[in-house]
Design a protein around this ligand. Structure first.
Ligand code: IMP
Ligand code: MG
Length: 178
């Protein structure tokens, strides 16, 4: 029980549904407290964060909005390598308080790129809420303000996170079995 196979790999339950929901509720309470009267815009990063964003958003009781963004990668010139641009997020966010919603922060490269591009839109502030954070893999200095779970450097799946596009549709979070 508690084991699943996705494509060629096997996974077992790592964080059960009840624990996920409990941690999201606690995180939402902190945000409700910190963003009272700030009228923030939450920016969820697709695809992985859609389930977490939904559960987090349902637990927010403050006045707030939500928008979605996605990173489109394409190959640039030899010197610049892969270029990442944000699609979506067409609202004017000038002087708005932004909370980025991520599924997982691993090395932090993705997050740094998103922050850089959101910063160009001159928001009042930017903070980050992530479901999962791998502190031992993190290579950036940007503080991660709201973390539901700090986890080791193992491959995680489910509750929005994928392995080659599959396995997002679970209520529990799974870890790859050695
Ligand atoms: P970073 O840029 O290294 O922080 O990686 C972030 C992205 O890598 C996430 O948005 C995920 O798409 C993917 N990722 C990193 N670790 C995992 C994992 O354990 N499971 C599934 N996807 C992961
Ligand atoms: Mg992702």
């Amino acid at each position: 029980m508690g084991k699943i196979k996705v494509l060629d790999k096997e996974f077992e339950v790592f964080i059960p549904e009840a624990k996920i929901q409990e941690s999201i509720k606690a995180l939402a309470d902190r945000i409700n407290n910190d963003y009272k009267d700030k009228d923030p815009i939450f920016v969820a990063v697709l695809n992985g964060a859609f389930i977490f964003a939904s559960d987090l958003f349902k637990n927010l009781t403050i006045d707030c909005q939500i928008s979605f963004t996605k990173i489109a990668s394409y190959s640039g010139t030899q010197s610049t390598g892969e270029i990442k641009t944000l699609i979506g997020l067409t609202e004017d966010i000038t002087n708005k308080h932004i909370v980025i919603i991520e599924d997982i922060v691993d090395t932090g490269h993705t997050l740094a790129s998103i922050m850089e591009q959101i910063n160009l839109k001159n928001p009042a502030s930017i903070k980050i809420a992530t479901l999962l954070f791998k502190p031992n893999a993190y290579k950036k200095q940007i503080p991660i303000d709201y973390v539901a779970f700090e986890i080791p450097n193992d491959f995680i799946l489910g509750y929005g996170l994928d392995y080659d596009g599959y396995g997002r549709n679970t209520k529990d979070i799974y870890v790859i079995t050695k």
